[in-house]
Design a protein around this ligand. Structure first.
Ligand SMILES: [Zn+2]
Length: 133
């Protein structure tokens, strides 16, 4: 537990709106939802982001995201989900305790969760070679 981490604190509060919990993960409703049932999947152990989370906890978080997706499909009649994540300030991570946003989607909900970009890659081959070497 990180002493000044809001998620380490929230996951232990009785008032938290936990819709799912197991030994290593917890799922809370987001307090500022962007769709009905928008929730956060959080490892109970403190990890900053994708770069430092253990394989074990990452597996558990992904497994929980499937369970919660099924739960939301069944209980709220969602017809799809987006699973969103930010690691690092440049990715707009705002709480530095690893978490996934699970955003239920509904037919004609008007949400657009894919970032808009004017970026044009000059050379995919160069990118490929840099990563593969
Ligand atoms: Zn934390």
């Amino acid at each position: 537990m990180a002493s000044n981490c809001i998620f380490c604190k929230i996951i232990n509060e009785k008032e938290a709106l936990k819709i799912y919990e197991d030994e290593k993960t917890v799922c809370l409703l987001d307090i500022n939802p962007i769709s009905r049932g928008h929730c956060l999947i959080i490892p109970k152990k403190h990890f900053k982001n994708i770069f430092d989370i253990s394989e074990e906890y990452l597996r558990e978080v992904i497994s929980t995201s499937k369970k919660v997706s099924k739960l939301i499909k069944q209980k709220l009649n969602a017809t799809g989900v987006n699973i969103l994540h930010a690691s690092g300030k440049s990715a707009q991570q705002s709480v530095f305790h690893f978490h996934l946003h699970l955003v239920p989607r509904y037919k004609n909900d008007g949400l657009d969760t894919w970032p808009k970009s004017d970026y044009k890659e000059k050379s995919l081959k160069e990118v490929y070679q840099k990563i593969k070497k």
